[in-house]
Design a protein around this ligand. Structure first.
Ligand code: 5GP
Length: 176
């Protein structure tokens, strides 16, 4: 059990839901009439992903990939694929869904991996983006919120496996 962290709410559950609905509408408009494969990046995006796909009013196909680059509260600088998507990507319109883009390494790693499989198009969505933390250029097509370079938890994002179930995004204030 983790008991030494102080959390302060950064983005409320209501604000998240409003933003997710708006993103879902934008995505629906962009891919209107096309077949879209929406790939959630596990584990952190699972909550955003499940709300987002319900806000996209069109037929979509769902699959998942897993990636890991974080150790505790810092990026290790190395990204690993922990789960590969089983759906053939060739000729598909693919939307990658991340929880947060921090250094940009994970998103770029996954974009490279997907591009090698010849999708018809590749787009990206992330609930959160930390512009000040980017270590390489990383274009994200659909961004929920830009936040400061602080460690956050909740709404799918964890610290050592905890806090994913918070319905809001919280900033970590203190560590003993
Ligand atoms: P990047 O490769 O862009 O540095 O990091 C992407 C991954 O690192 C995210 O998918 C997420 O798992 C993790 N990450 C980055 N920043 C945070 C953060 O503030 N809080 C949490 N819980 N995870 C983060």
């Amino acid at each position: 059990m983790i008991d030494s962290m102080k959390l302060s709410q950064l983005i409320s559950a209501d604000d998240i839901q409003t933003k997710v609905c708006a993103l879902g509408e934008d995505i629906g408009k962009k891919f209107d009439g096309k077949e879209l494969l929406v790939v959630g990046i596990l584990k952190g995006s699972f909550m955003f992903y499940s709300d987002l796909i319900r806000a996209i009013d069109m037929d979509i196909y769902c699959d998942f990939m897993g990636a890991s680059s974080y150790a505790g509260m810092k990026s290790s600088g190395e990204c690993q694929l922990t789960l590969d998507c089983r759906t053939p990507l060739k000729g598909k319109h693919v939307l990658l869904v991340e929880d947060i883009v921090d250094t940009g390494l994970t998103m770029n790693f996954l974009k490279h991996h997907v591009r090698q499989r010849g999708p018809a198009s590749l787009s990206t969505a992330s609930l959160l983006l930390k512009p000040e933390a980017l270590k390489e250029e990383c274009d994200v097509d659909f961004v929920g919120f830009e936040i400061a370079n602080d460690f956050v938890v909740g709404y799918g994002l964890d610290y050592q496996g905890y806090y994913r179930n918070l319905p809001y995004i919280a900033q970590v204030q203190n560590m003993n």
